[in-house]
Design a binder for this molecule. Structure first.
Ligand SMILES: Cc1cc2nc3c(=O)[nH]c(=O)nc-3n(C[C@H](O)[C@H](O)[C@H](O)COP(=O)(O)OP(=O)(O)OC[C@H]3O[C@@H](n4cnc5c(N)ncnc54)[C@H](O)[C@@H]3O)c2cc1C
Length: 413
């Protein structure tokens, strides 16, 4: 089997498949990990993308998949999962709920029960919530939580997806931080791949070859590699771009082309003066842009030089004016940090070809593409309600199931 791309999706797929198949993985960059990789910056461990968090912690889909493939990573579950900063006061979700008028408190209780059991209505989250809640704090909290976890606004996310997310939270629990950050996950997976004999080639795939409706391999600058199964981790748009023109029917291509990504800005701050006294996320509700903050050094102090904290602020990218969006985020940080001394290490923006998600939440594709032997994994193929890397793990599991069923069918016939 050939895997194109060594981001988290490609690495998980390779780890899963290499117990039973001979696998060759192609990664164009000199390092594995894609947007889930550590980068060193002035003694701090920053990342190429992620905020060093795993949405469902040690017992979520990623944690389980890492254990099942033999990747040894310690994920420390966040305590608490999160807190809200409302008008200068740190509040629990239950306190916000208690602060609502009686009718809305009742609506909240009924809504949570419905979310656990049923499928959500087919309308955007903001519209749906407006029919139940008039109190602004509910909408501000939804904006912050969806912005932090999905880089989407409540008008971007279908309520069906929100229901899926809430179900997964009840099923798997809240976030966690891997000791050693994202890089520890990538290193552990690389170890599994090496032990399982996966051939890792640092070559850019220029073309996925297709013959008579079936994949037959890939081409790189170094040569042609044949295989009748290709799993792509480079995003749906890029995957169809690598196939010969005319491979896919027009309606499918049109749907893929209309796919919208989600963008974001992450601001990395170093401080001696701690901002958070817990290992979860702080959702500030009265900001212009910043939707969430974590202080990962509360879990793993080695992610910053001794005596310092690494604090990461995240905001959804609204529009294309990156500089002015980042400036508003920086103004929020000034306010949130108060009289603490801090240093902005670096501002990272994610959009276009390097987004937060290649498919905005709720718009993911099925991993079986309409060409025999061609599958997709990664952040445009997450399963319903799958948040970020836990969604990627769910997507890999779904891809694996689909592939096995197809192989079984071929075997039977
Ligand atoms: C600001 C930000 C914060 C985030 N925070 C979190 C978080 O805290 N927790 C979380 O769970 N998720 C988070 N995410 C999301 C998470 O980082 C991504 O969902 C995940 O890393 C995507 O993995 P992937 O495998 O789909 O894609 P990628 O990581 O993009 O991997 C794709 C790989 O394919 C390679 N490639 C591309 N084209 C080719 C080619 N032609 N040939 C060979 N190789 C190729 C690329 O070099 C890359 O390595 C965050 C993302 C961002 C941007």
């Amino acid at each position: 089997m050939i895997i194109v791309g060594g981001g988290l999706g490609g690495l998980l797929a390779a780890a899963r498949a290499s117990r039973e198949h001979k696998v060759t993985l192609f990664e164009r960059a000199p390092c594995l990990g894609g947007r889930f990789r550590n980068i060193e910056h002035d003694g701090h461990v920053l990342t190429t993308g992620a905020l060093h968090m795993v949405p469902h912690g040690s017992t979520g889909p990623l944690g389980r998949m890492l254990s099942s493939v033999g990747a040894n990573v310690r994920i420390v579950d966040s305590r608490p999962w999160g807190r809200f900063l409302v008008d200068g006061r740190v509040m629990r979700l239950s306190e916000i709920r208690r602060s609502l008028p009686r009718r809305e408190r009742l609506n909240a209780a009924v809504l949570v029960a419905r979310m656990r059991l049923g499928a959500g209505p087919d309308r955007p989250v903001d519209e749906f919530l407006s029919s139940l809640f008039k109190t602004p704090v509910v909408h501000d909290a939804a904006r912050a939580v969806l912005g932090w976890s999905l880089s989407c606004t409540p008008s971007d996310v279908p309520a069906t997806e929100l229901y899926g997310i809430v179900k997964n939270i009840f099923r798997y629990g809240g976030p966690g931080v891997p000791m050693g950050g994202c890089g520890a996950v990538v290193d552990a997976l690389r170890g599994v791949l090496e032990r399982n004999g996966v051939a890792i080639r640092h070559e850019r795939v220029n073309r996925i070859n297709v013959d008579d409706g079936a994949v037959c391999g890939v081409e790189t600058g170094e040569g042609t590699y044949e295989d009748d199964i290709v799993v792509s981790d480079v995003g749906i748009k890029q995957t169809i771009g690598l196939c010969p023109s005319g491979t896919f029917e027009r309606p499918f291509v049109d749907v893929v082309k209309s796919l919208s990504e989600s963008g974001g800005i992450k601001i990395n701050v170093s401080t001696k003066d701690s901002l958070l006294d817990h290992t979860g996320v702080l959702f500030p509700l009265n900001t212009q842009r910043v939707e969430g903050v974590n202080q990962v050094t509360n879990v793993d102090p080695s992610l910053a030089p001794e005596g310092r904290h690494l604090v990461m602020f995240h905001q959804t990218l609204r529009g294309k004016r990156i500089r002015s969006e980042a400036e508003r985020g920086l103004e929020d940080i000034e306010t949130l940090m108060g009289d603490r001394r801090f240093e902005v290490l670096c501002v990272q923006s994610y959009f276009g070809k390097n987004p937060v998600n290649r498919a905005a939440a709720g718009h993911d594709f099925d991993p079986s593409l309409p060409v025999r032997g061609l599958y997709a994994v990664g952040d445009s193929v997450k399963d319903v309600g799958g948040i970020e890397v836990d969604g990627i793990a769910l997507g890999v599991e779904k891809m694996w199931g689909a592939m096995k069923r197809k192989m079984q069918k071929v075997g039977d016939s």
